[in-house]
Structures are given as structure tokens and as C-alpha cells.
Design a protein around this ligand. Structure first.
Ligand SMILES: O=c1ccn([C@H]2C[C@H](O)[C@@H](COP(=O)(O)OP(=O)(O)OP(=O)(O)O)O2)c(=O)[nH]1
Ligand SMILES: [Mg+2]
Length: 149
């Protein structure tokens, strides 16, 4: 039975997008690569496409972090600190669940992340809910789809 994993979103099908892998036996993170060459302007937040969506079980989440080598060598940060990829983001009606990495270039010059370059990593884990949790509803997208209030 399929439990959790990555798939290529339709918009990037046939473009040679590799599915994320862990690089050593005990690495926690599945490395996420850019799906297209993307210029990161200094001082700006840029969404880097991965061309991927992630499916997982209810009660699971995929947390995205920057690869520390990108932070140390290239002065890059995730604008959101940690990216939270919800289980119900997968297959959503707006963008099919396309995972994008929000990168802040803290350097002083533009930097290009090339297609296939691994810049972030995703770690699957379980989350807990409160006693009075009553969440329902269906996710329609990401990046503010549930509103501001
Ligand atoms: O770095 C990220 C962070 C989020 N997402 C997608 C997956 C996630 O499930 C969705 C919503 O993210 P989050 O809940 O962090 O943002 P929000 O501002 O609360 O948006 P929403 O109202 O859509 O939940 O956006 C990404 O692709 N990359
Ligand atoms: Mg949210």
C-alpha cells in the first residue's frame, strides 16, 4: 500500500524531474531540487519550483528546511523558516499540490539556482492535535488559501 512519497506534478511531467532521495542511510531529509533555473534577486523572496507534490497519511506532515550548505555557502534562508507541507495540500484544485521553496537571498548579488540543484530537504513526521480539535473543511490551495482572519 502506498503510504507516503513524492510524485511529479502534471505541469512538470516529462521534464526529467527526479524524485527526492535521502543521501545516506540515516539522513532524515529527502533532498529537494529546483525544477527550473531560477534567479534569486538579492534581498528578495523567490519561490523556487520543485515540480513535486507529496502524498502522506492523515496525521503526517512534510517539513521543509534549507540545506545547511546552501545557507552557509550561498547566504540563502527559507523566508518562512520552515515550510509546512500539509497532507491535504496534495492534489489541491489550485496547483495540484506543487511544493515550492520560498528562498530569501541574503547576499548582495543575484544568484541562480540551477535545475537539479538540491537546495532544500523535506522531513516527514507525525503531528498531534488538541483535545478540542474540530478541524474540517477542504484545502483549496496554499500560500494563504485559508485566508487571513
Ligand atoms: O514553503 C512552503 C510552505 C507552504 N507550501 C504550501 C504547502 C502548504 O500545505 C500550503 C500552506 O502553507 P501554510 O499553511 O504554511 O501557509 P498559509 O499562509 O497558512 O496558507 P493556507 O492558508 O493555504 O494554509 O502551502 C509550500 O509549497 N511551500
Ligand atoms: Mg495554513
Amino acid at each position: 500500500m502506498k503510504q507516503r512519497g513524492f510524485e511529479v506534478v502534471t505541469a512538470y511531467a516529462g521534464q526529467g524531474i527526479a524524485l527526492p532521495q535521502r543521501k545516506t542511510a540515516a539522513s532524515a531529509g529527502y533532498d529537494l531540487a529546483a525544477a527550473a533555473d531560477t534567479v534569486l534577486s538579492p534581498g528578495r523572496v523567490t519561490l523556487v519550483p520543485t515540480g513535486l507534490k507529496a502524498y502522506m497519511q492523515p496525521g503526517e506532515v512534510l517539513c521543509i528546511s534549507i540545506r545547511s550548505s546552501m545557507a552557509l555557502r550561498q547566504s540563502l534562508l527559507l523566508a518562512n523558516g520552515i515550510g509546512v507541507i500539509d497532507a491535504d495540500y496534495y492534489g489541491n484544485e489550485q496547483n495540484e499540490g506543487h511544493i515550492q521553496v520560498a528562498v530569501l537571498n541574503l547576499g548582495t548579488s543575484p544568484l541562480t539556482v540551477h535545475k537539479g540543484e538540491r537546495l532544500a530537504q523535506g522531513i516527514f513526521s507525525h503531528y498531534l492535535v488538541t483535545d478540542d480539535d474540530a478541524a474540517g473543511g477542504i484545502r483549496k490551495g496554499g500560500f494563504g488559501s485559508t485566508g487571513r482572519g
